[in-house]
Design a protein around this ligand. Structure first.
Ligand code: ZN
Length: 315
């Protein structure tokens, strides 16, 4: 079957901390209130994105993976490895940590761990994220949290549009109020909640905490290490934001045209700003803010035309 660039229908998620920006800015179809997340490229059982163009219209990524391995360079992928989401925090998110692959494999029925990264699309003045903690060791972490000294324990950093944060498993983190961001992560939904501001969930109950598991996976070695958010330079057309074992994420600033050269497995493109067109052998696709596209491995050369800021991810 002839490969073509795939478009997806995002899967929208209501969250207690969700807002209205995802609908306002990107115009995705679906419910309107408290939308915290749009899973824009996902083959996770909790929210599969559905292909909306071409021969595979109506199918999920998993089906494509099974039917057309050559679209993924015939490498042996058990499941689609990445999950790309837009998150809109109208309130602070719970303080959390994710396990690594080994811990998740042993304790979460063979699931994957979760490394993730954030590209800030928009933020209100003074917006912050929690990125790491100030405890010297495990017992100090437990002590400070028992005493509810969260201000002393947690490490906030400012977050502005264009900032990028890599969050390896084991990193205590939380997205703060007033931030809209794109998240690229391993295909996993395992989160250990450490603190939730004593809030009640949509059903009126406090949400579960997973303090015991969190304590087992938090990285205490990196105590005192305060990574600075990496602010990208305007001058560069292509900036590598992170390249780790699980994913590579780049930011592309296209001023008029960009030819897509050879790549290994697949390319995910998310349009953050601007508009244009993706031109390929058999046609073209309109690109606007919020468009999410997957280019298969065997697609051949294609070209993006327009003035565009995009986040690109691949393995
Ligand atoms: Zn997270």
């Amino acid at each position: 079957m002839k490969p073509y660039p795939l478009l997806f229908k995002p899967s929208l998620k209501k969250r207690i901390w969700g807002g209205s920006k995802i609908k306002e800015i990107f115009g995705y179809p679906g419910p309107c209130e408290n939308i915290g997340e749009a899973w824009v490229v996902s083959d996770h059982p909790e929210g599969k994105s559905i292909i909306i163009n071409g021969e595979f219209s109506g199918e999920s990524l998993g089906v494509l993976l099974e039917k057309c391995p050559e679209w993924f360079a015939n490498i042996n992928l058990e499941k689609f490895p990445l999950l790309v989401k837009v998150l809109d925090a109208n309130d602070n998110l719970s303080i959390q940590v994710h396990p690594d692959d080994q811990y998740a494999m042993r304790n979460e029925n063979g699931a994957s761990g979760k490394a993730e990264c954030w590209y800030v699309i928009d933020s209100e003045p003074g917006a912050e994220i929690i990125f790491g903690h100030n405890a010297k060791n495990r017992s100090e972490f437990i002590q400070l949290s028992k005493e509810n000294k969260w201000d002393q324990l947690l490490a906030p950093v400012p977050a502005r549009a264009g900032d990028f944060f890599f969050i390896p498993s084991g990193t205590v983190h939380a997205m703060g109020k007033g931030i809209l961001l794109l998240e690229v992560q391993q295909n996993s939904d395992i989160t250990y909640r450490i603190y939730d501001y004593e809030r009640k969930g949509l059903n009126g109950e406090k949400r579960d905490l997973h303090f015991e598991k969190a304590i087992e996976v938090i990285d205490f070695q990196s105590t005192g290490y305060k990574p600075k958010p990496y602010t990208v330079e305007e001058d560069f057309a292509i900036t590598t934001l992170v390249s780790c074992n699980y994913f590579t994420v780049e930011r592309w600033l296209i001023k008029s045209t960009h030819d897509l050269k050879l790549f290994k497995v697949f390319l995910l493109i998310f349009i953050v700003n601007g508009s244009g067109e993706l031109i390929y052998n058999d046609g073209s696709i309109l690109l606007t803010k919020g468009t999410s596209i997957m280019i298969p491995a065997n697609m051949g050369e294609c070209r993006i035309v327009g003035k565009i800021e995009a986040i690109i991810s691949y393995i």
